[in-house]
Design a protein around this ligand. Sequence first.
Ligand code: ZN
Length: 135
Amino acid sequence: MPDDAAPSNTAIDWAELRARAHEASRTAYAPYSNFHVGAAGLVDDGRIVTGCNVENASYGLTLCAECALVCDLHRGGGGRLVAVTVTDADGELLAPCGRCRQLLLEAGGPDCAVNENTTVAELLPGAFEFPLPQD
Ligand SMILES: [Zn+2]
């Protein structure tokens, strides 16, 4: 699907994405914080990719759910994220952290919708510039 054919925000099934993110939060490995996070993203080919957070005893090596989501994107064949949502274990929306905003920028571009009401560009003003890979 070319960039200009990406679904509009109204075509994105946010309820489904939120449900999938919530479901993913149940698989989180978070024995230190007990803060379970799930993320779900719509890919430009229609796939839904998901991720959960994975903590580590060193704390600094903890992987956010969005990191796992981007890994799932590439593991499943790549593509461009169109929309992403992130929730906690109660299904409440969470904002991506700074590192993940940069990850989402490269995986979805500045127009990637986040949590229904914003975009990656709005969450990451002055982002590190890069050439997006061509399909
Ligand atoms: Zn993060």
